[in-house]
Design a protein around this ligand. Sequence first.
Ligand SMILES: [Zn+2]
Ligand SMILES: [Zn+2]
Length: 250
Amino acid sequence: MRVTFLGTGAAMPSGRRAQTGLLLDADGDSLLVDCGSGVLNALARTDVGYEGVSTVLLSHHHLDHVADLLPLMKARWLAGAEHLEIVGPQGTKALLDGLLDVHEYMDGRIDLRVREIGAESFSVAGFDIDAKETRHSMDCLAYRFTHEEGPTFTFSADSEAFAGLANFGDGSAVLAHDCSFPDEVDVSNHPTPSQLGETLADTGTEVERLYLTHLYPHTEGRHEEMLESVGKHYDGDVRFARDGLTVDIE
Ligand SMILES: [Zn+2]
Ligand SMILES: [Zn+2]
């Protein structure tokens, strides 16, 4: 499986990172996970492109995860693609209905299939996925991906660090976890590096590599100290994600 970080930013832009989006590829199967502002453009820079991705999986409905959905739909329509499947938590149908209500001319341009899922196991676009509810300011799902029983990739989506989520990611080859702010920012609904490190250490979570993502501008220039904060507690391989980074998970 190959994971491309299309966007590693969050709701406040820094100019260096698009909002959240990940492209998963495996043996010809492709899946877009989240579609925040800037993600469509980043997707266009990949070999797969927006023409090659017909399924989007949403973690939740905050704007920094869904803002490019209609632009994606329109780009696919103009490129001659005939369908798009959007899978997401409860409320995804209402979200799409609302968007198409506002942008009425987009309604019916493409065969749109919307599927709502909960904290369950399901398959989509050739990937086997487990979902878990996170701790965030709206309903949000973390996902654990495998493709044909290969190695596992886990995406925390937006969430505080907590034992249940760490256990959910345990044993993954790669875990991409929300680490929105440096330690001194008093924040709820997202973890600080110390909180993330403590939670992973306390639960004995083992992953081959941890990527920190969902990065607010507050984190720019602070990466060294943030890695130290995680590393004070957790001794695994921890790195920062960046836009355009591709990780081959063997
Ligand atoms: Zn977010
Ligand atoms: Zn969010």
